[in-house]
Design a protein around this ligand. Structure first.
Ligand SMILES: [Zn+2]
Ligand SMILES: [Zn+2]
Length: 96
């Protein structure tokens, strides 16, 4: 038997199983649940980073670090783009 410290509650426990790191099934469950929650949060973060947005004007995919609604190319000529967006909005509203 070996004396170990539980990785979850830090209690001392005796075990003959070399890979046992938790003192009880309750601690093992709690630790597992937290790991799953962490992985879930990580996945959600990654998804947000990978979310593809397209340029409102020319539909080119925007970089995740571009907070604008337009790509660099369209930003060069914002007047034309605004005019176009207005037209698109007019079409969507059924007004022209
Ligand atoms: Zn424990
Ligand atoms: Zn564009």
């Amino acid at each position: 038997m070996k004396i170990k410290h539980c990785q979850w509650c830090d209690n001392q426990f005796e075990t003959s199983i070399s890979y046992q790191i938790y003192c009880s099934p309750t601690c093992r469950e709690s630790a597992t649940k937290e790991k799953i929650a962490q992985r879930y949060a990580q996945t959600r973060r990654n998804k947000r980073l990978k979310k593809v947005r397209n340029c409102k004007s020319c539909d080119v995919p925007l970089s995740a670090y571009n907070d604008d609604e337009l790509c660099g190319q369209c930003l060069v000529n914002p007047v034309d783009v605004k005019k176009m967006l207005k037209e698109i909005k007019g079409l969507a509203n059924g007004k022209s």
